[in-house]
Design a protein around this ligand. Structure first.
Ligand code: AMP
Ligand code: FES
Ligand code: ZN
Length: 335
């Protein structure tokens, strides 16, 4: 196999592009895909302060590496979830990466800073483990970005992640979720912009990038996600891809480029947000979903609104695309 660009010996084949690349040209291919994602959706301004949410996995560390390489002012944010050895190792890997590059790393720890960890929350709360985990992440990412004066939060969601989420939302025609599944979510009061610069790259490509760049990352998946719906949708997409190369790309990029506007039009009136009476973050109720979930886990009472959802609607944050509806509402338990 020869590299498509330089005709040197290829080290990786990207079947959906019908191309093979040598190491250098593959890095360049990945950078081009990220630059294109950023440009097509006006994700980042050159002097934005970017907060990259880094889990210790290949995607988010690869993303941090890419953004630093492209010259962005990118700091890392690691959230300690308290998932035993998995979290310990993830934290170590992220700290080592930041140390080697002399990059700023912000650390938040759920147990230290908010009084609970994910395994406990999964056992005690009414939401599934993955749902409370997703809610905690989105809340902490936004809050840390606001408090640190960042313009934007970047996450490492790749093409496989996004295609699986889109499949799940489409199978149930969850049109409001579909409308919000986009590579960029605009800033609004109390919420910083959210971007997914890796959405054009498959999991195979992000793994190869991390390998070629010599990035040390945590290979194992979170031990609590076994059997979760997102994984099943990924398996289905991979089965389709195996017999029909390019399906995943056509499904996701076709949505982003052609179908997304159709869903956004039917999105209804914008929800009105007010500050949560407990933490000040934007919400449609007296207390935000995070404070309510946390109070439930800690066995605290917040006040009457907690029991009376009344006119409450999910904010864009709370119903962001990373969580499948069934998980958001606590149907089924992971782990
Ligand atoms: P996941 O929700 O595990 O699919 O991860 C999606 C993205 O969220 C990752 O690519 C990271 O950008 C971010 N992320 C996940 N877990 C963490 C964590 N513990 N700390 C910081 N960012 C995270
Ligand atoms: Fe959230 Fe495992 S990382 S449940
Ligand atoms: Zn709150």
């Amino acid at each position: 196999m020869r590299c498509r660009r330089c005709r040197g010996a290829a080290v990786i084949e990207v079947r959906r592009h019908n191309a093979a690349f040598c190491g250098d040209c593959f890095e360049r291919h990945v950078r081009e895909q990220v630059k294109r994602a950023i440009r097509d959706h006006a994700m980042l301004e050159p002097d934005d302060r970017v907060l990259v949410a880094v889990s210790g996995g290949k995607d988010s560390l690869g993303l941090w590496d890419l953004l630093l390489g492209l010259g962005y002012r990118a700091s890392g944010l690691y959230l300690g979830l308290g998932i035993g050895e998995y979290s310990t190792r993830s934290g170590d890997v992220v700290r080592a990466f930041a140390g080697e590059r002399g990059a700023e790393l912000i650390e938040v720890d759920l147990r230290r800073d908010y009084g609970y960890d994910i395994p406990t929350a999964g056992r005690k709360g009414s939401r599934s483990t993955c749902a409370v985990c997703g809610l905690s992440k989105r809340y902490v990412f936004n809050r840390a970005a606001l408090e640190g004066g960042f313009d934007v939060v970047a996450t490492g969601h790749n093409l496989d992640d996004e295609a699986a989420t889109l499949l799940g939302n489409t199978l149930r025609w969850q049109t409001e979720y579909i409308a919000r599944q986009f590579p960029v979510l605009a800033e609004r009061e109390g919420m910083v912009r959210k971007v997914k610069p890796l959405y054009r790259l498959s999991e195979l490509e992000t793994a190869a990038y991390a390998f070629i760049r010599g990035i040390e990352y945590v290979v194992e998946e979170c031990p609590l996600v076994a059997g979760n719906t997102q994984l099943r949708y990924k398996e289905v997409m991979n089965a389709l891809e195996a017999t029909s190369v390019g399906t995943k790309t056509q499904f996701l990029l076709g949505y982003v480029e052609r179908a997304a506007p159709l869903f956004r039009d039917g999105d209804g009136p914008p929800v009105e947000l007010t500050p949560c009476e407990r933490c000040g973050q934007p919400t449609t109720a007296r207390f935000c979903a995070f404070c309510r979930a946390r109070a439930q886990v800690l066995g605290e009472r917040l006040g009457p609104a907690e029991r009376d959802p009344g006119t409450e609607r999910q904010t864009a944050e709370e119903m962001s695309s990373e969580v499948l509806p069934a998980e958001l509402y606590g149907a089924g338990r992971a782990g």
